[in-house]
Design a protein around this ligand. Sequence first.
Ligand code: F6R
Length: 637
Amino acid sequence: MEVLNYSERSLEKLPVTIFEDAQTGAVHIAREIAAIIRKKQESGETAVLGLATGSSPINVYRELVRMHRNENLSFRNVVTFNLDEYYPMQPDALQSYVYFMNEHLFNHVDIKPENIHIPDGTLPIEKVKDFCDQYEKRIDSFGGIDVQVLGIGRTGHIGFNEPGSGLNSLTRLVKLDPLTIADATKDFIKEEYVPLRAITMGVGTIMKARKIYLMAWGEAKAKILQKTVEGKISDEVPASFLQEHPDVSVVVDKWASLELARIRTPWLVGLCNWDKQLIRRAVIWLSLKLNKPILKLTDEDYKEAGLVDLLVQAGTAYQLNIQVFNSIQNTITGWPGGKPTSDDKNRPERALPAVKRSLIFSPHPDDDVISMGGTLLRLVDQGHDVHVAYQTSGNIAVFDDDARRYADFFLDFSKKYGLKDSQISQLHSDLVSFLKGKKLGQEDTPVVQNIKALIRKGEATAACRFCGVKEQNIHFMNMPFYETGQVKKKPLGEADIQVVANLLQEIKPHQIFAAGDLRDPHGTHKVCLDAIFAALERLKGEEWTKDCYVWLYRGAWQEWEVEEIEMAVPISPEELMRKRQAIFKHQSQKDSPVFPGNDKREFWQRAEERNRTTAELYDQLGLTEYEAIEAFVRYRF
Ligand code: F6R
């Protein structure tokens, strides 16, 4: 089902369909592909598919596999050409696109092996050019690609056609952009292991396909999608060349659509239904755009910025300014657990009970202090019964040499106190020999996984102790979906939901804090949040849930938009320092963590910058100036 069907699309130069979530969008694409395969089958023809890898098409392939199993969708008449492959790359490497395609599609359907084509990452360099020419010819020999599936990289690449790739480029060896290399690091563990080059179909090869589906899921793609769809055609954003193709469908979820004008600034595109939320967004937008505090905005400012419609429907600048200013002012509270002796009519949290049971869910063992360390400290300082629940062990984010260091320590410690026995030495030598022979991305042995989990457990406990959380209030949930020993996780299961439900029933919290990364369709945070939502849904009838507020904080990477914030907790300079020290307890994640994402700064630096930016934005809007602010949005279940 398509949502958000706006009629005004004047800024969009490609047809975009926005789906409620990535899964529904993927099913839509899979059905279209299946229809083409079936149609070709009926007329005894071959269906030629151009395929992509990466996280974007995974659900499309899953749906195709499901249709093969349950709806007799056959791939006997299908020929496939994959867009690209890293170079150099062995097909059996976990990171190869051959491995990916087998795992997600080919091993589960009845495609003939000889009909599969993937660029060859094993060729000696002198043979690559010839191979690329042959790849083009081979595509042509099947009459060209009927339907091409594309993801989009944050550089705007399609295939591995990075910025600078021309409209007529064909299959060739290319250099990867540094941003693409950073994004690929999650699969290769370390940036230095990501190949610097790839073989990719060209933009010209892609443009020859008769039908193209470009998909984008999650907020991380929102900016580049906007440029692709609304920007001018340019080789700086190779995906923008698609504007010249006669039959492209852009399929996105609502998070990837966030930067499109019709979503971000609908007032610039057409008439709007002005509800409270939209008014708030428009006024904040205007204030930040003009760099003028809200209370100083004039009728003239509104008119000149194209907001006449708002003035006509919702009142004068004076009324709008006061209304929005007050609503933002009411988000600010130094009492995240409620202020016991105050009127709470306009406060984010209830005054009573004066002492609340506050349950903070932390997807990884350090998200609590990184994302809401200041608030956590305040809750403890203000006498609330604070519990912290670490949802996953976080073990894959510990370096091998740290595991080795702790194993050595344990062995030496055991010897020193005469605890030496053959089992300890055996464990130690098994671990050492495993780590010495470990292949890139290989799953750790259970012992190594456990050591890594214990390292993170110790760090989280130290951080809690530093913040004053009682030992008996620290919970390690070890949600099973995470325990694969690899970056790739299992889907959320019943056992995961049950551990969360059990803890909720045990604590019966008055308030819950959770990582609200609703906008990232793949990550661990989203799975952890889904488990909380599912557990709450299940427990909805219980008395305590009627008096329980759920607050969402954003993960380590992003912050809420100002217009979304419902509780803003100011952090003083001293508190910010204490928060920093709490983050420092996570030594395995300090300096340069295993998964730094695409930001080279340490977690405490990112957190501080983010909290300071929120404070600056409040200041810019004309509210009180604070050192830093932690922000929350309320989830009503
Ligand atoms: C993959 C490919 C790339 C990806 C793009 C998005 O075959 O050619 O263009 O589609 O990098 O990657 P994900 O989907 O992982 O965000």
